[in-house]
Every structure is written in structure tokens, then in C-alpha cells.
Design a protein around this ligand. Structure first.
Ligand code: CP
Ligand code: NVA
Length: 308
């Protein structure tokens, strides 16, 4: 049985296999062909943070695969009142067939997985957002930008940045990161990523100058300057991130025809200008839709793995 906590635990071949299953399911869905591969299965979804895309995509995806999803807010379950993670894990995994968790500390999801009898999926922690990157890479494949991609990430060194780093290191494409001073990526994760990148040939660079990161980029991406849980730092961050907005001037530095990706929700006038977001709305909302298809691929893959 496998869990999906970070891309670190997956080979390039496995990542591509998951996305391939998702693409096949997507093709069938467009023809209204539903294969009920997860019939009678239940996905427990624990949310300790807000969500639009993650909730809708997992819930809809599970239904379309013939199963059922349970929305479990920490406001309603005993986890939020102090029931230990290891007890919650043993109870929920004795009734559900898979569990998806969105939480703060990454160690919470690791502890849950250690006590879970069923596969656990990371639906975002403070450190990683790996399911988003499955959708992002699916979108890149559909737009014909894969291993030769040069990705520029301009913004906060956060869970999205860490997951981009893992994806680049596994797949073997180039990633150039620019964050303001003091908002760099986690140094331990960077160390791990650079080791993996050595094997795949990916070039991953970090710096504090967004203009440097943009040069030759075929994909430009960013994320909110204040992630969930950092609401109190908003004002301070707005000042620190001055000059990091992806706007038309910034996009001009990238390769001609460069695409823009954003995991959403987007804050126009902060990490991205209204014009850049709307000019790239086609790909950004394809990326959002691909959350559904990529995660269906993931759930089917995890289910097949435990039946091997
Ligand atoms: N991108 C993403 O995970 O969106 P939600 O927070 O809406 O789930
Ligand atoms: N970095 C953001 C991603 C939201 C999908 C957050 O953690 O809030």
C-alpha cells in the first residue's frame, strides 16, 4: 500500500503513470464514459484549512469513479477538539478506503499515515502541495511543454515552491526560483531536492531577483504572498514582496510565447496582475480543471497498488 504525501516518494515513471491514468479518465469523461473503478469505496476528506478546488475535485472525482466522499471539517470532528491524530487515523481508516488531508504541519499527515490502514493523500500542508503539481504537469503535457521546460517561479518560498522543486527534480526540467530576501525556500528541502536533481539532470537555481528568474522561461508561475495560516503577516508581506508581481513587463522578460500557471486562488494586483491572469485564463483554468482528472488518476493508481 502506498501513500501520496510528497512527490519525493515517487519515481518519474510513477508520476507519469498517474498522470496517464488521469488523462485516459479525462478522455472517457469527455465522451461521458464512466468506469466505476472505485465503486463502493469511500474517501474521507479532512480539511483543517479552506478549499474550493481540492474539495470539489476530490468529491466529484470520487463520485464519478463510483465511490463516495465524506467532507470532514476539523470544526465538526473531534480532531479539532484534541482527539489524537493516531486515534483519528485508526478510526477513519477502519471505515474509509482512502483518506485525503489538508492541514498545517506536514508531520501531522505523516503521523496519520503511519497509523492508517488505507492510503493517505496530501491535499496540502504548510510544506507541500503535491496533488496540485500532478495537475500542473498534466497541463504542461497537454500544452506540449515537458522535459525541456524552463520554469520561473517568482514569489514566496512556500508549499507550492517546494512541490515545484520536487517535480522539477524528478522529471528533470529546469526551475529558476526568485523570492524576496527572508522568504526563501526551506533549506532542508532544497538540499534533498538538489540531490534528486543531480540524478535527473534538472537545474534548480534560487535567488532574489525576479528578472533573473524570468530569462528564457517557457513557463512562469507564482502563488499567493500570504498562504493560509499567514493572514497576520499580510501587511508585512505586501511590503516585502514589492517588485515581485508577475505583470506584463515581467512576462516580457520570459521567452516569447511563455505560458503562465497559477494554482489559484489568485490575488490580482499582488502576485499577478489582472491583465496577465486574464491573458492566460485559458491555461490557468485548464490547470484548475485538471485537478479533477489528475486526482482521479491518483486515486485509481493508489487503489491498483494495494491490489497488486
Ligand atoms: N489550488 C488549490 O489547492 O485550491 P483550493 O485551496 O481552492 O483547494
Ligand atoms: N500557498 C497557498 C496555496 C493555496 C492553494 C496556501 O498554502 O495557502
Amino acid at each position: 500500500m502506498r501513500h501520496f504525501l510528497t512527490l519525493k516518494d515517487f519515481t518519474k515513471e510513477e508520476i507519469l503513470e498517474i498522470i496517464d491514468i488521469g488523462l485516459e479518465i479525462k478522455k472517457n469523461l469527455k465522451k461521458k464514459v464512466y468506469k466505476k473503478e472505485l465503486e463502493m469505496q469511500t474517501l474521507g476528506m479532512i480539511f483543517e484549512k479552506s478549499s474550493t478546488r481540492t474539495r470539489v475535485s476530490f468529491e466529484t472525482g470520487m463520485f464519478q469513479l463510483g465511490g463516495h466522499a465524506l467532507f470532514l471539517s476539523n470544526r465538526d470532528i473531534h480532531l479539532g477538539r484534541g482527539e489524537p491524530v493516531k486515534d483519528t487515523a485508526r478510526v477513519i481508516s477502519s471505515m474509509c478506503d482512502m483518506v485525503m488531508i489538508r492541514t498545517f504541519e506536514h508531520s501531522m499527515i505523516e503521523e496519520f499515515a503511519a497509523y492508517s490502514k488505507v492510503p493517505v493523500i496530501n491535499g496540502l500542508t504548510d510544506s507541500y502541495h503535491p496533488v496540485q503539481l500532478l495537475a500542473d504537469y498534466m497541463t504542461m503535457i497537454e500544452y506540449g511543454i515537458t522535459e525541456d521546460a524552463v520554469v520561473a517561479y517568482v514569489g514566496d518560498g512556500n508549499n507550492m515552491t517546494h512541490s515545484w522543486m520536487m517535480l522539477a527534480a524528478k522529471i528533470g526540467f529546469d526551475l529558476k526560483i526568485a523570492t524576496p530576501v527572508g522568504y526563501e525556500v526551506d533549506s532542508k528541502i532544497l538540499e534533498e531536492v538538489l540531490k534528486i536533481a543531480k540524478q535527473s539532470g534538472a537545474s534548480i537555481t534560487i535567488g532574489n531577483n525576479p528578472k533573473d528568474a524570468m530569462r528564457n522561461a517557457t513557463i512562469v508561475t507564482t502563488d499567493t504572498w500570504a498562504s493560509m495560516g499567514q493572514e497576520d503577516e499580510k501587511e508585512k508581506r505586501m511590503k516585502a514582496f514589492k517588485g515581485f508581481m508577475v505583470d506584463d513587463l515581467m512576462m516580457c522578460l520570459a521567452k516569447k510565447g511563455a505560458k503562465f500557471l497559477h494554482c489559484l486562488p489568485a490575488y490580482r494586483g499582488q502576485e499577478v496582475s489582472e491583465h496577465v491572469l486574464e491573458a492566460h485564463a485559458g491555461i490557468v483554468f485548464d490547470e484548475a480543471e485538471n485537478r479533477l482528472h489528475a486526482q482521479k488518476g491518483l486515486m485509481v493508481w493508489l487503489d491498483r497498488q494495494r491490489k497488486l
